[in-house]
Design a protein around this ligand. Sequence first.
Ligand code: PMP
Ligand code: GLN
Length: 383
Amino acid sequence: LVASMREFGTTIFAEMTALAVRTGSINLGQGFPDTDGPDAMLEHAVAAIRAGGNQYPPGPGIPELRQAVAEHRKQHYGLLYDPDGEILVTVGATEAIAASLLALCDTGDEVILFEPYYDSYSAVVALSGAVRRPVPLRPVAGRFTFDPDELRAAVGPRTRAIVVNTPHNPTGTVFTRDELSQIAALCQEHDLIAISDEVYEHLTFDGVEHVPIATLPGMRERTVMISSAGKTFSVTGWKIGWLCAPARLVTAVQTVKQFLTYTAGGPWQVAVAHALREELGWVAGLRDSLAAKRDRLMTGLSAAGFGVYRPAGTYFVQTDIRPLGFADGGELARRLPELAGVVAVPTQVFYDRPELGRHFLRFAFCKRDEIIDEAVARLAHLG
Ligand code: PMP
Ligand code: GLN
């Protein structure tokens, strides 16, 4: 293994899901729903396979999907992207993130990541030869946010990009317009690219609005906006994502993307094009049901004695294990199957400085109510 990758090992998601399977525990670790996406969307995939749509789709994605993404961006956010040249379909958001960082960051460039961060960011920054500059999100009045001075101090002459993830995995924070404006101001002052991971764009609760950073003045021209069907339509196994950006950035990213995977699965693209046009009502139902699941899990975890942070979006509740008398989330996560028959993810693995997140544990609530109830019942005697 090359030196730059040696610190990475196995992702926490693979490790924790394997632990759940091995011990027969309830898996509130890896974030994937345990119910399917909309029926008509699934039928479109089946029909596409039966109709013989089983050979390589065009590299940038099938035209219907690029068109559907363009219409969706316009309708929801008033953002105009040309389906021919400003939109690229990718193998999940993961490939969009990887191809963007590999295409746009050079050896020695610096990339700002808000920690805790989704684990692929740091691995891909390392692959690109760039250097990560972490800026912590800390709880302030029950919500994770950054200190604007710390963010400003992290920007230097070699900074090339900021990875922005809102709604944020694993903290559940949805950045406000004001927070995004502070990031945008730095991007413009220092000529930085914003790589904006918005895979949970539709999964916000309590009327909290998702604001894409590309909608802020001066930002469309320097933002790579990334999303994925996995979260929006509950098909994480389909691995269909996309990115929208100005043509000069998309051209660069596509140059890399074509050698990573060339293209993404055809039948899924057909089905997702349908879903973006026809299934946003279904998505509104998903969002409401997730909000109720969040409340269900939060209530149970609080009763069990965890410190609980209320997420404004995503699949995840962040908890503090110290009120239960534990200190290290890594240790607790590995003992939790034997203590309670439940699997969660130790948030510390999403930090450059694990000590900042040592006492946090992340629980996923994108599960059927009876699964959440059973997990909560098992956790009730932990303290
Ligand atoms: N970004 C974030 C913040 C995520 O939580 C995930 C996990 N689903 C991804 C990207 C990856 O998305 P995909 O499965 O579409 O590759
Ligand atoms: N995004 C999901 C999570 O955070 C899982 C992604 C993965 O398994 N790589 O749990």
